[in-house]
Ligand binder design. Structure first.
Ligand code: FEO
Length: 173
């Protein structure tokens, strides 16, 4: 297939390419959080974050495939370095929750752009992400709430760590 006629206009294409970068940055951030958890001996939370990182790569690849489906060009940009240190598991998950809210905002901006551009195909494609962000926010918020309940209790933290380690690395929900 030739790339002479792109089915995405320049604004939409550029915004989706930026979103590919944002999803890959999310993967990088969660992998950095996983590394932090490995270092402080919470292997279950590390497993959860690694699964989350894989899921973010999946989000990026779904956009990547869509750009090609529309006969447009993927343009990868540099990924910022994430931070590497946090003060506590609670701080990590609070930041993950804040990050997901930010990503939700980015997805909603893409939806607004698709509406402005009358790009119905992209608008429809984005519905999956709108729904996914509801889950992404809910799952991180739930862990924040539980960590707040557990507080400094070591047995509570280790139980939660074990439970979160039950999340497969195959990119669960
Ligand atoms: Fe790709 Fe967690 O949003």
């Amino acid at each position: 297939m030739g790339k002479e006629i792109e089915l995405l206009n320049d604004n939409m294409k550029s915004a989706i390419n930026d979103q590919i970068n944002a999803e890959l940055y999310s993967a990088y951030l969660y992998l950095s959080m996983a590394a932090y958890f490995e270092n402080i001996n919470f292997p279950g939370m590390a497993t959860w974050m690694k699964a989350q990182a894989q899921e973010e790569v999946g989000h990026a690849m779904k956009f990547y495939g869509y750009v090609f489906d529309r006969d447009a060009k993927v343009e990868l940009k540099a990924i910022d370095g994430p931070k590497t240190e946090w003060g506590s598991p609670l701080e990590v998950f609070q930041e993950a929750y804040e990050h997901e809210k930010k990503v939700t905002g980015l997805i909603h901006k893409l939806v607004d752009l698709a509406n402005d551009e009358k790009d119905h195909a992209t608008r429809s494609f984005l519905n999956w992400y709108v729904d996914e962000q509801v889950e992404e926010e809910a799952s991180t918020k739930e862990i924040v709430d539980r960590l707040e309940t557990v507080g400094d209790s070591k047995p509570g933290l280790f139980m939660l760590d074990r439970e979160l380690g039950g999340r497969g690395t195959g990119g669960g929900e």
